[in-house]
Structure formats: structure tokens, C-alpha cells
Write a new protein. Structure first.
Length: 360
């Protein structure tokens, strides 16, 4: 049977790769590599976003003195990342497939130039039959500059690389419509645009990972809005990846339906650039109505009531309504000083052109 997708990003969570004692589950890792190799040989382009470095390092080293959580994370991931990538290298080598390591940080997505450099690097790998294995560079990422978790990173990678689908492998089958195990509770099979899931989402984090289901659904919605299908499934189920692509209707998972609108590469970058905002622009009620109406509009100076922060032309800013609610992000065409002088005036060039504007 034909595979449903030809280009996929697969995020493997800590809870899939980690045993109860916090060490790496080599058997599971090996089973997932076999599935990736099978799909790769059938012509599916695959990027792996893999957790597991900290788990891999935890069993390898016993710190001589008590370390705080940041130092511990840096130490375990530095040792563990080498061990993890080596394990992947050996497992894929058995299938005669080359892999390449891509360690990244949130800052690498903050400028368009860095973003495109990173994209180009992975394009070259894929074109040469190499599977990129991506992880956050925990050894140099400090708290405020870290991704929320690898779910956020996987969303950015899937978007950046124009994937058809992002598959998030966790240790559960998907999103339930109640407390798992309770009578009558089942998996929500499909999530259409705008469907409210707030009643079903648990806010606690998962065992060894940083991210919970709330992060997963937030990322999934954003990525699906960009035209990429998102699937949350259980990475511990046998043959899960092959089943998701070959028999999608029969395989248990939650699927976020991709929007069919075509989103430009620049807009995709801006959609994920919230964390790099250098300032804020606050708008009048009329301006918000104009921006969020049916017709595509740029953000004009006349609707700006307040400018917060010190930023330059081409920086990313957050955009707020009169009630201090964030409605989007955009790349500005002027500095904060220039916008301060322009605000409220008619006849100026757009402050944020529609092509560089992403509305939540």
C-alpha cells in the first residue's frame, strides 16, 4: 500500500526512549530505527527530532557533588548526546543509511539568515540520502532561551522544512475526551481547525520530558494552520510509524487536520518567532477589526496607540489589542523611534506588511 506522506518530521519524546529508571530504552530505539529505515527505503523523506540525550547521560555519569538542575542538564546532555547519536549511527548503519547530527538552539531561529542557513544544511543532507537527527543543544541553552521542549522544536523544523506531516510520538495514543481509563472515554481521532480541546487537556508535564499535552496541542494547532498535518501517537506501539503512513484510518492516534491554505516560507518563520520578539505594538479596536477581517490587510500606523520596547527595522514584535491580548506577531518595517513618530498618522507606509504578519 502507498504511504500517505512523502515528507515527514518525526519527534520521538523522552518517554518513548526512556525506561522507568530514567535510562535509555535501546530495544525501543532499535524498533523505531527499523521503521524509519523501512520508510526511508520506500522514498519517504524523514527528519528525526529526538529527545533522550539527558536520559542517555544520566546512566553514564554520577556527579561528584550535588548540581543544580541547569548544570545537571548540561552535564548529562553533553555526555548523553554523544552516546545517543553514536547509538543512532550504529543502528542506521545496519540498514546502510547515513545519519547526521543537527544540534540547534532557539537563537538559530531568531534571524531569517540563521533560519535559512539551518534549512539549507538539512536540505543538503536530505538530498544526499542522509537522515538529519535534530536535538536542542542543551549544553549551551539556558532557561530563558530554551525551547519549551522538543515539541516546540519539532514544530519549527516541520514548518521550516515544508514537511507534509509532523508525527509526535509520545507514550500515550493521543488526546482523550476525558480522563484515560474512565468509562466511555476514548481517543479524539480528528481535530479540525477551531475545535476547543481545553476541557480535555491535562496541564501536568510528562515524566522525563519538559512538555505536557498542552504544549503538544498548541504546537499542533499552529503547525496544522500552516498546512502540515500533525499526528500524536504512541511511540511504544509496535510498527506505529509504518502503520500511520500505510493504514492511517485503522491506526489509533489524534490527527490535527491541515489547513489547505498556502502559507509562505516567510510567514511560517514569523509564525514561530514569538519567542524572539524585541517589542510590542498595541492597536486600537478599529485597527484590530481591520486586521482580523476577511480581507488581508497590512498593519498601518494610523491604528497604533502604543509602542513598547526598543527595536530596529526588521525586528519581530508582538501585536496586542486594546485589552492587552496578543493577537499576533510581525516583522516591522521601521524602528520603534520611527513608529513612535508615525503612530496615529494616515498615509504612511505599512508598519508591518501583510506578508510579514502572522495572526494567532
Amino acid at each position: 500500500m502507498e504511504n500517505q506522506y512523502k515528507k515527514i518530521a518525526v519527534k520521538i519524546g523522552s518517554n518513548v526512549l526512556t525506561r522507568k529508571d530514567g535510562t535509555l530504552d535501546i530495544t525501543r530505539m532499535s524498533a523505531l530505527v527499523d521503521q524509519v529505515a523501512e520508510l526511508h527505503k520506500q522514498g519517504v523523506e524523514i527528519i528525526l527530532i529526538s529527545s533522550g540525550a539527558v536520559a542517555s547521560g544520566r546512566s553514564e555519569i554520577k556527579p561528584s557533588k550535588k548540581l543544580d538542575s541547569v548544570n545537571q542538564r548540561q552535564l548529562f546532555s553533553a555526555v548523553g548526546q554523544a552516546k545517543l547519536i553514536n547509538r543512532y549511527y550504529e543502528l542506521f548503519r545496519e540498514h546502510k543509511i547515513a545519519v547526521g547530527q543537527v544540534l540547534t538552539t532557539k537563537e538559530n531561529f531568531s534571524t531569517r539568515r540563521h533560519y535559512l542557513n539551518q534549512r539549507n544544511c538539512m536540505m543538503v543532507m536530505i538530498e544526499n540520502g542522509v537522515i538529519p537527527i535534530v536535538n536542542e543543544n542543551d549544553t549551551i541553552s539556558v532557561t530563558e532561551l530554551m525551547f519549551t521542549d522538543n515539541d516546540e522544536l519539532s514544530g519549527m523544523i516541520a514548518s521550516m522544512m515544508d514537511m507534509e506531516a509532523l508525527i509526535i510520538l509520545s507514550n500515550i495514543d493521543g488526546i482523550y475526551n476525558g480522563k484515560p481509563g474512565s468509562p466511555g472515554v476514548e481517543i479524539i481521532r480528528e481535530v479540525a481547525k477551531g475545535k476547543d480541546l481545553s476541557d480535555f487537556i491535562q496541564t501536568e508535564k510528562s515524566g522525563f520530558g519538559r512538555g505536557g499535552m498542552l504544549t503538544k496541542t498548541t504546537i499542533a494547532r499552529k503547525v496544522a494552520d500552516e498546512g502540515i498535518s500533525v499526528i500524536i501517537a504512541n511511540g511504544k506501539r509496535d510498527n506505529i510509524l509504518v502503520d500511520l503512513l500505510k493504514s492511517p484510518q485503522k491506526t489509533l492516534c489524534t490527527r490535527f487536520i491541515a489547513d489547505n491554505q498556502n502559507v509562505s516560507s516567510v510567514k511560517k518563520w514569523i509564525a514561530h518567532s514569538d519567542g524572539f520578539a524585541k517589542g510590542e505594538i498595541h492597536l486600537s479596536e478599529d485597527a484590530v477589526k481591520a486586521l482580523t477581517g476577511k480581507k488581508a490587510k497590512s498593519l498601518l500606523a494610523v491604528g497604533i496607540v502604543n509602542v513598547v520596547g526598543d527595536f530596529e527595522k526588521d525586528d519581530i514584535v508582538r501585536i496586542f489589542d486594546i485589552k492587552e491580548r496578543q493577537i499576533g506577531v510581525g516583522r516591522v518595517a521601521f524602528s520603534s523611534l520611527e513608529i513612535e513618530k508615525m503612530k496615529g498618522l494616515h498615509g504612511c507606509k505599512p508598519v508591518v506588511h501583510y506578508d510579514y504578519l502572522y495572526l494567532d
